[in-house]
Each structure stands twice: as C-alpha cells, then as structure tokens.
Design a protein around this ligand. Structure first.
Ligand code: 13P
Length: 256
C-alpha cells in the first residue's frame, strides 16, 4: 500500500518568526505517531528555522524552487545543492505559478528535475491544465505532454524517487475543487502513462498528489479515491488547525 503524502505549499507567505510560531503550535498538537509522510514547503529563507523548530518530529521540509543550473551568475537564484545543504529533502518543480509567472517551460522543468535528482532532493513535479484547456477538451493532451517532456531522459531508478502532483490550475486558490471523480480520472491517466512509459511496478508505487483548494471539508473524499495518494495544500496549510485536521483524516483512512 502507498503511504499518504500530505504537503503544504506556503508560497510567498509567512516571515521567519511567523514560521517559528506556526511550527511551535503544530508540534504541540502531537506529531510523533503520524504514519503519513508530512512535508512543508516554506519560502527558502525560513527553511532552517522551520527545520530547527520541528526537530525530532517526522515532518520534513522542502523548497519551492531551484535553478536549473548547477551554479553560476544567476543573481537571486538558489541551486539544488544549496537547498539540499540547508536541510531540505524535497523540492517542488514546475508549479503552475512558476510556469505561468516565471515562464517555466516543460524543458526547464525537465532540467530542474534532473538537477534535483543529482543533488539528492526528492522532486514533487507539478502538472495540470488551465480552465481553457479543460473546457476545450485538451486536459489529457496537456497532461501527457507535460509528462513526456518533463520526464524526458529520466531513468526508471531516478523515477522511483519522484512524486507527481496533479494541480488543475482552475482549482488553485479559487475555492473550486476538482470533484473526486474528475481528479481520480486524471490520476488514473497519469498512473497508466507511467506504467506504459516506465514499468507496472513503478506505476504501482508512484505517489500522485492532488492539489487545488484541498481543505478539511474535501480531504476525506479526495483521499478515498484509489489513485489519490496525498494532497498538496496551499491556503489550508497556512492554518495550523486545518493542516493538522487534514493529517488526521489521512491517518484515519490509513488505519481503515
Ligand atoms: P490552494 O490549496 O490554495 O488552492 O493551492 C494549491 C496549490 O497551488 C498547492 O501547490
């Protein structure tokens, strides 16, 4: 059975002191018997403070972005090695906000994925269609293209480390959530594509997260779908009670 993966993408929210406060409140709720994988993605500047405040808990930390080159004259950027060195174990790659506002193409996503893997980071690769693409019946084509280009020249062994997040753009921060059936349909397409492109074993073990207005109210129905192995949560992960409630829902479903 695949272990649930519950992640919070904080985007550009919370200062270092707010992060420390969140983590203090989070840890007193009791984190030690959690069996799901829990990962928080704060802004890079808060990573070390978060790691320190969550020391001796099972919660892991990741970065929201890396540069695609190893090092060099790229003012303002952070490399995969630097992120790993900061204590991060994970990195988000190809979030739709980066594709949309920072012109990240599938080719750049592919380069970032390769460098993340070389630097021992576990990549969470985000894919998903826009509202226009969904309404014009192109969802499947978009997803297949993002997988084909994004995972180009990635070996099966490398792929074993990858987590995929399906985040329909129209559901991000809009309050509109994909129905469990809509999400399950795409998750199933993603899994089948990985089975065909890599192997049945890899497809079976691959964790596919859903993201887009995931919250306490819809976590259970989403996580109950066969191919939904976790959630990548934006807004609701900024509220310590909500994030913890969602973790409890995953734990309850694990024990079922
Ligand atoms: P919301 O949960 O705020 O819709 O954000 C989803 C997201 O983009 C997570 O990466």
């Amino acid at each position: 059975m695949r272990k649930f993966f519950i992640a919070g993408n904080w985007k550009m929210n919370y200062s270092i002191s707010e992060t420390v406060e969140f983590c203090r409140q989070f840890r007193v709720k009791g984190l030690n018997n959690i069996s799901s994988d829990i990962v928080l993605f704060p802004p890079s500047i808060s990573i070390q403070a978060m790691i320190k405040t969550l020391e001796d808990t099972p919660v892991k930390v990741g970065g929201q972005n890396i540069h695609q080159e190893f090092s060099g004259a790229f003012t303002g950027e952070i490399s995969a090695e630097m992120l790993y060195d900061s204590g991060s174990e994970f990195v988000l790659i190809g979030h739709s906000e980066r594709r949309q506002y920072f012109n990240e193409t599938d080719e750049i996503v592919n380069k970032k994925l390769k460098i993340a893997l070389k630097s021992n980071l576990t990549p969470v690769v985000c894919i998903g269609e826009s509202l226009d693409q969904r309404e014009s019946g192109k969802t499947e084509d978009v997803i297949l293209r993002q997988i084909k280009e994004g995972f180009k020249d990635i070996s099966e062994t490398e792929m074993e480390k990858v987590v995929i997040a399906y985040e329909p753009i129209w559901a991000i921060g809009t309050g509109l959530t994909a129905t469990p059936e809509q999400a399950q349909e795409i998750h199933n397409i993603i899994r089948n594509t990985i089975v065909e492109d890599f192997s049945p074993q890899l497809g079976k073990n691959l964790r596919i997260l859903y993201g887009g207005s995931a919250k306490v109210k819809n976590a259970e129905i989403l996580l109950s779908e066969k191919d939904i192995d976790g959630l990548l949560i934006g807004g609701a992960s900024l509220k310590v009670n909500d994030f913890y409630e969602i973790i409890k829902i995953a734990e309850k479903l694990t024990k079922k």
